[in-house]
Design a protein around this ligand. Structure first.
Ligand SMILES: [Zn+2]
Ligand SMILES: [Zn+2]
Length: 154
């Protein structure tokens, strides 16, 4: 007569997330992750910054220092993670299968990495991904950015 059995395997463990958050909250504490500073990215940070970042149920809203606002679908951002676990560095091949990303993925928390990047703690406990401002801005899905990407052919 066992009543236990409601431990869902398809659900991330609350404990894991709070453990990571505890690491993040330590003074000077940084979640371990690839922290390669690219000169270009540091340069870029001089003229591109984030004024405000908001995490909602299913999206991430970024207000850039130049007044532009980007709204990212959480799943889209998570799929575009470029950390070593998600993208093979030397070949640029995607290792992450988008199908394995839960549909209800969202960012639990974020950290500013210096003044050039932002790091998210995703609800699937993935937290090694660092999004430098420049590529992050390039992921903007608004009509204006899409149009300018088409113009420049990127
Ligand atoms: Zn990743
Ligand atoms: Zn945009």
């Amino acid at each position: 007569m066992s009543t236990g059995g409601d431990i869902g395997n398809d659900c991330w463990c609350e404990g894991t997330v709070s453990t990571i958050l505890a690491i993040w909250d330590q003074p000077g504490g940084q979640a371990p992750g690839p922290l390669e500073k690219d000169e270009d990215e540091v340069q870029m940070a001089a003229n591109l910054g984030i004024d405000k970042l908001e995490l909602t149920e299913d999206c991430v809203v970024v207000e850039w220092s130049d007044g532009h606002q980007s709204k990212y679908d959480s799943k889209y951002l998570r799929i575009n993670c470029s950390c070593a676990e998600c993208v093979e560095k030397w070949s640029n091949r995607k290792l992450l299968d988008p199908a394995t990303v839960p549909a209800d993925i969202h960012a639990e928390d974020y950290l500013m990495v210096g003044r050039y990047a932002v790091q998210f703690l995703w609800s699937d406990t993935h937290y090694t991904g660092i999004y430098p401002f420049k590529p992050l801005r390039a992921l903007c899905q608004c009509d204006e950015c899409k149009a300018s990407r088409e113009r420049t052919g990127i």
